[in-house]
Design a protein around this ligand. Structure first.
Ligand code: AKG
Length: 307
């Protein structure tokens, strides 16, 4: 082993012992296990959770990244020991260009505390929120209007124009009311009792197979809590990401409505990976054109104090 790597590895071992308050023999293993420590990559380092996700999430057998708020290392679990072993052989002791840093990995004898939720807190899903006839009617109405082309998708805006440079709208510049084909749907939404204010901004997104939307948290300061999205045309998997690394894939069936509130709105990001298929019930399903209507409520009641 080269001198520099040996030095880094010894340093990492000390950090693990200090943090876990156990002898090294009870922390790491020479035999492969299904969990790896990613030494020196955690909170307090300059490596972000998203960078680690980019390195690990597409490796065969990847299960979960554990990026702790206050620990100077991260952990990654795989579905099998074999999968962890091949990730180890591929990445350990090598310079990783994505973070411009040598990856020091160790097989862990400990499993990361699993206190993470299995569902996205605050996310409400309502299947078959509209009928097939209503879906058809909205799709036809949308096709009468002009689509604006963005790099990955096509959009239409109603109420207030969405500003992609600043991820907000100009609250002093209303461009019109929401279209009449949404009136019944908005009423039904309000009747659920889960949306406090009447939406006044609508972004329509048209996604061709292979396109998506990067993970994001909608701006707190300009929009009220509830974000509502109606899916038309085809299902898709939306990924919700916790800042500590957990990803929960959520199937949005065609004609379903989701309401994001609480943590799902303010803490977890949501996004759609740009790919041509989605894994649905264990089957790779080819994507088809999907159109979503995202309803927002512009904030009129002063500052948002949520972090
Ligand atoms: O397509 C969707 O359901 C979500 C769209 C979205 O997140 C957005 O427009 O900000």
């Amino acid at each position: 082993m080269d001198k520099k790597i040996r030095h880094l590895r010894n340093k990492s071992h000390k950090v693990l012992e200090q943090n876990l308050k156990k002898p090294l023999l009870q922390i790491i293993s020479e035999e492969a296990t299904n969990t790896l420590f990613i030494c020196g990559c955690g909170a307090g380092s300059d490596v972000t959770c998203n960078q680690l996700l980019d390195i690990f999430k597409d490796l065969p057998g990847y299960s979960k990244l554990h990026y702790f708020k206050s620990k100077p290392y991260s952990m990654v679990t795989f579905h099998t020991v074999e999968a962890a072993k091949s990730a180890f052989l591929e990445l350990n002791n090598k310079l990783c260009p994505l973070i411009d840093k040598m990856l020091i990995l160790e097989f862990s004898l400990l499993s990361p505390e699993d206190d993470t939720p299995k569902e996205v807190p605050g996310l409400i899903m309502m299947e078959q929120f509209i009928s097939e006839e209503e879906e058809q009617h909205i799709l036809e109405a949308l096709n009468q209007s002009q689509w604006i082309r963005l790099s990955q998708r096509y959009v239409q805006h109603y109420g207030y124009a969405y500003r992609y440079e600043t991820n907000d709208v100009d609250p002093d510049h209303k461009i019109g009311d929401l279209p009449t084909f949404t009136t019944d749907i908005v009423k039904r939404m309000m009747d659920t009792g889960m949306v406090e204010h009447i939406p006044d901004q609508l972004t329509v997104n048209k996604y061709k197979p292979g396109s998506g939307i990067p993970p994001h948290v909608d701006t707190h300061s300009i929009f009220e809590e509830a974000l509502i999205s109606l899916s038309l045309g085809a299902p898709v998997i939306m990924e919700f990401r916790h800042p500590e690394g957990q990803i929960i894939p959520v199937l949005l069936p065609r004609r379903s409505l989701i309401i994001m509130k609480g943590e799902s709105r303010y803490l977890w990001s949501h996004g759609i990976a740009p790919r041509k298929t989605d894994l649905i019930d264990g089957v790779q399903v080819p994507r088809e054109e999907r159109i979503s209507l995202t309803f927002r409520i512009t904030r009129r009641s002063g500052e948002c104090h949520r972090k």
